[in-house]
Every structure is written in structure tokens, then in C-alpha cells.
Design a protein around this ligand. Structure first.
Ligand code: URP
Ligand code: ZN
Ligand code: ZN
Length: 460
């Protein structure tokens, strides 16, 4: 059925105007005033509301075997949560173990989404080992439409790669024109600091941050920047949490390294005091890089406002408090790392960013949708509102007032890192290629509607 959204205030990364949007055959086919249409049309009155392009979360974990357990969401729960929160495209990290066959792992990750996802999805291919077989398979994976890699300079002995592998991965990426997304922390420093803290009996979640201080992250960024400079690879730093890391990336950009910076919702709004909550509750807030001192937050918001930071993702990685986070009760290094937020990202950015004048509406759209589409080869199919774009639209109600709670969330995890937090605004209608998939905090759509998005290399 065709869809007509009337009288909304349309906000893209550059524009802000009132108009109607008409969608047919899954795409936006007309934008204008007083559009008159005949036939079978679903009409949504967006008067007094904002209309955004569907949001894109370019860094999520759904199927994730990690630290001796598995992340809790599957594609059904994660994509419902994403949609209710206004996110219509997910880019998931495919993270094989070092010993896995990369192509088999890639097919396994894809199989988890096929027929289940309610929103569109794509992957970054994790390179957790590099050898001749991996190289052949990575070429096949890129040819299949997964035109970005993911590497870890952390998680020694698990997902991390060594410097020879790093060099070879970046060289291949350069040759293929794909961008490399990277978790930047110096893993030797992490291992040494963890060992020292544990030896001193400092075992609680509050010691996670001291085991990975800002310099550890900045050192990881600096390291990647040197390798990117010498190989010419295009790189994207995930979950950038602190001033020092942003500075290391910007210094490299200044000397010509093609680098993009991502931060994530938790680092913008949560600080390290959350990980210091008593009775082990701090474990809910353990992620890597860790939550930082509050002084970093205005620096991240400012860098976002100046569009020095390109994207805000989530690094959604949901582990229950009971039974999973608890695995590290006597040793913080065993707490599964991750903070769930795929459902909350847009509302947090709107409430704590736009409403508090830290960023404007265009920057919200740019950081949470448009830039991800541009950097990862989805633009203008995704990330904007223009003729021919997919009809992924978010009708957003700025007058809604409510609270975040684990009791009402769609994410399949037993806590919310933002329990009781006020939100001012939420999506009232969310469409995926012209079909309404979420309304007023509820999933109302079809599981399996989500399509695998094939992306071409664009980083030559
Ligand atoms: O703590 C985190 N970030 N967990 C997910 C894995 C990763 O490093 O992205
Ligand atoms: Zn990471
Ligand atoms: Zn991640």
C-alpha cells in the first residue's frame, strides 16, 4: 500500500522544512505541499511532529559469542528494539574467533538475520586473523556486499590481531576500497594494568576504568593512525570515549590520514561513577573503552557539534546482570563487556543533545543517520529524505514525555543502564521501505521484513 505523511517538519542533515512525503513501491516518490493522491493510501498526519530519515546504527552486536558467554539479543528482539527507538538500519559486527573459518563465520552471522530481522541490516566483517586463506575469503565477502572490515587492537588472545596482520589487513582494504573500522586500545598496556590491579586485590567493576585509562585508548588510536598513514587505508575509529583519543585521531586527520570518528551513546551521557556503583551494580556499566570521567563528555558533544566526530552509534552489546555480568563478581576482567542501548540512542540524543542545546537537529540526523550512510556506502538509498531514497522514515513526537525502563523495553536484557531517565520525545511512527513497523513504543510490523543491504566499496 502507498503511504502519505502529511504536514511534517522534515529534518535532514542539511534541511528543515514543512512538506508532505509520498511513498510508493518502498521508496519516496514525491515531496511537496498539499500532495493529492488517489487510491489505496495509508495517511499519517505528522502535523506538529518532526520527520527524520530512518536512523542507522553502524555499530551493534547481536550474535556475539564473547568472554565465555553470548550477548542476549537475537535479530527479532534487537530489530524490534531498534525500530521502536527509530533505528531502521543496523550494521552488525561479525566477530569470528581467531580459529574460525572467516567465510563460514560470515555465513553463520548472516543466517542469524535472514528471515528474522524486522529492519534492514548489513555487516562489518571482523578480521581476527590474517593469512592467505583469510585474504581469499575476505575478497569473497566484499564481493558479497560486505564492504567494510572490523579489527580489534584489544582483547589479546581472543579477537585481537598482531601488527603484521594489521598491516596486511589495511593493505588489502586499501586495494579493495573498503574502510576498516577499529577498536583502538593498546592490549599490552591493558593486560599489564589488569594484572597489577588484580594482584593488589582491586577486583571490583570500579577498577575496569583504571585498567584502560584514556592514554591506553589514545595509544591505540595513534598506533592505528601510523599504520593507516603508511598503507593509505581509510579507517573509522569505533566507540571513541575521550579527549585524548579524539585528539590523536584529529592530529592524524590534520596530516592527511583518511580517518572518521565514531562515539557511542553511553560515552556521551554516562560517566565512570556509574561503574563505581556499590554492590557490584557497577558491572552493568562495564564496557570497553570504559566510561570516563565526566570532563570528557562536553568535549565529545563539542566535537560532535563541529562534526569532527562523524557518527553516534551504540556498540549495543547486551549481557544480563544476573548470570552474565555476575561472572566477574570476583574479578572485573571476567565481566562481559557491553552496555545495551540500541533502543535508546535516538531518544537520548534528542533529549540530552538537542533539548539541552548541545547539538542541533540537523547534526542529530547527520550523526545518527546520514554520515553512517555516506561512510559505509548506503547513501542516498539510506540516510536522507529525497526522491528515490528508501521510505525509511521516523515521525518523531517532540511533545512526548516518558521514562526509560527495563520493564518496558524491547531489548532482551534484564536491566537498563538508563533506568528511570526522563526522555522528551520519541518516535510515534517508524517505517521500513514504506511499511509501518513501529508505533508509539510498540512493534506493530512484520518480522523478516528486514533486507540484507549489499554495499559496494567506496573508499578508493
Ligand atoms: O564493551 C564493549 N565494547 N563490548 C562489545 C565488544 C566491543 O569491543 O565492541
Ligand atoms: Zn570494541
Ligand atoms: Zn563493539
Amino acid at each position: 500500500m502507498a503511504l502519505l505523511i502529511t504536514n511534517g517538519r522534515i529534518v535532514t542533515s542539511t534541511d528543515d522544512y514543512v512538506a508532505d512525503i509520498y511513498c510508493e513501491d518502498q521508496q519516496i516518490t514525491a515531496i511537496g505541499s498539499n500532495l493529492s493522491v488517489a487510491g489505496d493510501v495509508e495517511t499519517i498526519d505528522a502535523g506538529g511532529k518532526l520527520v527524520f530519515p530512518g536512523f542507522i546504527d553502524p555499530h551493534v552486536h547481536i550474535y556475539l559469542p564473547f568472554m565465555g558467554t553470548y550477548a542476549k539479543d537475537d535479530y527479532e528482539t534487537a530489530s524490534k528494539a531498534a525500530l521502536v527507538g527509530g533505528t531502521t538500519t543496523l550494521i552488525e559486527m561479525c566477530c569470528p574467533s581467531r580459529g574460525d573459518d572467516p567465510l563460514e563465520a560470515y555465513q553463520l552471522w548472516k543466517s542469524k538475520a535472514e528471515g528474522r530481522a524486522a529492519c534492514d541490516y548489513s555487516f562489518h566483517m571482523g578480521v581476527t586473523r590474517f593469512d592467505s586463506q583469510t585474504e581469499v575469503q575476505l575478497r569473497q565477502i566484499v564481493a558479497d556486499g560486505t564492504a567494510s572490515f572490523k579489527i580489534f587492537l584489544a582483547y589479546q588472545g581472543a579477537l585481537g590481531i598482531d601488527d603484521t596482520e594489521l598491516f596486511q589487513t589495511l593493505q588489502l582494504a586499501r586495494q579493495l576500497g573498503v574502510i576498516v573500522t577499529a577498536h583502538c586500545e593498546n592490549e599490552t598496556l591493558v593486560a599489564q594494568l589488569q594484572a597489577q590491579l588484580l594482584a593488589a586485590g582491586q577486583t571490583g567493576p570500579e577498577y575496569h576504568q583504571p585498567s584502560r585509562p584514556p592514554r591506553v585508548e589514545a595509544e591505540g588510536v595513534h598506533h592505528l593512525m601510523s599504520f593507516a598513514e603508511l598503507t593509505g587505508a581509510h579507517v573509522y575509529i569505533v566507540h571513541t570515549s575521550c579527549d585524548e583519543a579524539v585528539q590523536a585521531a584529529l592530529a592524524a586527520r590534520y596530516r592527511g590520514v583518511p580517518v572518521w570518528i565514531e562515539t557511542v551513546a553511553p560515552h556521551l551521557v554516562l560517566d565512570r561513577t556509574y561503574a563505581e556503583k556499590p554492590d557490584f551494580e557497577g558491572a552493568k556499566y562495564v564496557m570497553s573503552p570504559p566510561l570516563r570521567e565526566a570532563r570528557h563528555q562536553p568535549i565529545l558533544w563539542d566535537a560532535l557539534r563541529w562534526r569532527l566526530i562523524s557518527t553516534v552509534a551504540t556498540d549495543h552489546a547486551p549481557f544480563d546482570f544476573q548470570g552474565q555480568k555476575e561472572m566477574g563478581r570476583d574479578d572485573f576482567t571476567l565481566i562481559p563487556n557491553g552496555i545495551p542501548s540500541v533502543e535508546d540512542r535516538v531518544n537520548l540524543l534528542y533529549t540530552y543533545g538537542v533539548e539541552q542545546n548541545r547539538i542541533d537537529l540537523n547534526t542529530l540526523v547527520d550523526a545518527a543517520s546520514t554520515q553512517a550512510a555516506k561512510i559505509f556506502g548506503l547513501y542516498p538509498r539510506k540516510g536522507t529524505i529525497q526522491l528515490g531514497s528508501d521510505a525509511d522514515l521516523v515521525v518523531y513526537d517532540p511533545d512526548y514525555r516518558g521514562k526509560i525502563s527495563a520493564a518496558t523495553q524491547q531489548m532482551n536484557v534484564d536491566y537498563s543502564a538508563f533506568e528511570g531517565w526522563q526522555i522528551s520525545g520519541r518516535p510515534s511512527v517508524v517505517t521500513v521501505r514504506g511499511q509501518v513497523q513501529a508505533r508509539d513504543g510498540q512493534f506493530v510490523g512484520t518480522l523478516g521484513r528486514g533486507q540484507f543491504l549489499r554495499r559496494q566499496p567506496t573508499h578508493f
